[in-house]
Design a protein around this ligand. Structure first.
Ligand SMILES: Cc1cc2nc3c(=O)[nH]c(=O)nc-3n(C[C@H](O)[C@H](O)[C@H](O)COP(=O)(O)OP(=O)(O)OC[C@H]3O[C@@H](n4cnc5c(N)ncnc54)[C@H](O)[C@@H]3O)c2cc1C
Length: 473
């Protein structure tokens, strides 16, 4: 193996964003290294754990750019930075084709608009973690092989800090032992941060979100520990709103039963029905969707005190329609589902306060019937998620928790993935792509999922193309 330490581009992180950047840069004749903290050929990262669906806010990523821009705007309540939204919307179609030209294979799932590009082979319809040999894992290994064929390198060592000269990023320090000795310096004409976010760093999650990670299930690899943000801060980078995360409602058993996460997610149960606390009271507008509800649960004084409440019609209807549905996957995986003929019996079996629970369900059903959902406290939206009455026994209570997949906020870049400084200008030689970046996702109150994979590939390509153009002058 070569001991070369001078590169055109050094990329920190070998998830889909880092590997897309690396291959697109190598394709254009640049000398590339990826520094990856994980070990072995199947090092863990969120990309490898993912469901492999390339979509934009649950729409086909190959839709016309103008329509995708609207989709992003709506999904994020207008919070997405317009330049980033345009960059993604105009690159996504090309990114889908480029990834295919790299050897990725897609399957389409029927007429489901957002599942037209699912990395193959797809994961089976079962609960739990199942990534080995599935589309994302196969695609990442293909991208590593492509990079090596193009003369690029994957160096499995942790990046520690950025090297700076006169305000310009000129390389990365990496490796070293526990005493901090034997670090290696990799010089580069451009550095790309692709380290995947900060959801694996409890101190940063507490600082920026006020959330106790011990009471929220990590719904991912936990490998994003905020290193990119820390390094970028030293070069005076600007950050976007860091408050919210992408995640879902999960069974509360996820803390003790690995078969019930990352799937099934329980959003359909709690957002078509209702979500209550142990006191039998609603505390969130469930109609805003599962990502929003998960963000709210995570911030409760006790995030481990919540329940999805539904009836047989919801269980047999929306409970079965998710990609990996709670009905029957949650039961198959041994997840807790409490069933009762009456709400009083449900309260007795769960310990939820009986009278408030009965009152909450009655008020909700009446508001639905009278079209007065907006007058409930908290108000209940009837879109994007349409509520259903809870009236057909048996009734169900499922203990839930918030699952955090990745952080929405992060390093703020322009549309070419150049990291912006707090002074409003790009930091020379420094780029960021994928889940370590912010500004695009995370709408009001924590909705606003746009799509992690397509964001990673699209901005990876844009970064590489901008670097190649700049370096070739
Ligand atoms: C269960 C699950 C399902 C998902 N399903 C989908 C889906 O269907 N569609 C979709 O669009 N998105 C999905 N996502 C989200 C998506 O996977 C991520 O948003 C995306 O993969 C992020 O890619 P990334 O390359 O930025 O980060 P990652 O894939 O997390 O890669 C970052 C890499 O950086 C490395 N790293 C971190 N710090 C350092 C350091 N100091 N030095 C060197 N290396 C470092 C990490 O080890 C890691 O390998 C899902 C995520 C999960 C967990």
């Amino acid at each position: 193996m070569s001991n070369e330490t001078n590169f055109d581009v050094v990329i920190i992180g070998g998830g889909i964003a880092g590997l897309a950047t690396a291959n697109r840069a190598a394709q254009q004749g640049l000398k590339v290294a990826v520094l990856e903290r994980g070990q072995g050929p199947q090092y863990l990262c969120n990309s490898r754990y993912s469901g492999g669906v390339l979509h934009i806010a649950m729409h086909n990523a190959k839709d016309p750019p103008e329509s995708l821009m609207e989709v992003i705007k709506t999904a994020t309540n207008g919070k997405a930075d317009p330049e980033l939204a345009r960059a993604l919307a105009t690159t996504a179609g090309r990114a889908i084709d480029w990834l295919q030209s790299e050897g990725a294979k897609y399957i389409r799932v029927g007429n489901i608009v957002w599942q037209q590009h699912v990395l193959a082979p797809p994961r089976p319809i079962v609960a739990g973690l199942d990534w080995k040999g599935r589309g994302p894992d196969v695609t990442l290994r293909q991208l590593v092989a492509n990079l090596q064929k193009r003369g690029g390198r994957l160096i499995q060592t942790p990046a520690l800090s950025l090297m700076e000269r006169e305000g310009r990023c000129v390389g990365v320090e990496a490796g070293g032992n526990e005493e901090g000795a034997n670090k290696e310096q990799f010089t580069a004409r451009a550095v790309v941060l692709a380290d995947g976010g900060y959801q694996g760093n409890a101190a940063l999650v507490r600082e920026h979100m006020g959330i106790d990670l011990a009471k929220v299930k990590t719904r991912g690899a936990g490998t994003g520990i905020g290193d990119g943000m820390r390094m970028a801060r030293e070069l005076d980078a600007r950050f976007s709103d860091l408050q919210y995360f992408y995640g879902h409602m999960l069974s509360r058993d996820a803390f003790t039963n690995d078969k019930v996460w990352p799937y099934p997610q329980l959003d359909e149960l709690g957002t078509v029905g209702i979500v209550v606390n142990d006191a039998g009271e609603r505390f969130v507008d469930e109609g805003q969707g599962g990502v929003f509800v998960a963000n709210t649960i995570a911030r409760l004084p006790n995030p481990l005190s919540t329940w999805a409440i539904l009836d047989e019609a919801i269980w047999a209807g929306p409970g079965r329609t998710a990609r990996i549905p709670a009905n029957p996957q949650l039961a198959n995986a041994g997840g807790t589902i409490i069933k009762a003929a009456t709400l009083a019996e449900l309260a007795a079996k769960t310990g939820i306060a009986r009278e408030p629970l009965e009152r909450t369900v009655a008020a909700y059903n009446a508001a639905l019937a009278n079209n007065t959902l907006a007058q409930l406290a908290p108000a209940r939206s009837d879109q994007p998620i349409k509520p259903a009455v809870i009236a057909k026994p048996p009734y169900y209570a499922v203990p839930i928790c918030a699952g955090m997949t990745y952080t929405f906020g992060g390093i703020f870049t322009d549309g070419d993935a150049r990291v912006m400084s707090t002074r409003g200008a790009p930091i020379e030689g420094l780029y960021a792509v994928g889940a370590t970046t912010g500004g695009l996702e995370g709408g009001v109150g924590g909705g606003g999922y746009v799509g992690g994979l397509i964001k990673g590939v699209s901005f990876g390509m844009r970064a590489a193309e901008h670097i190649a153009q700049t370096l070739k002058g």
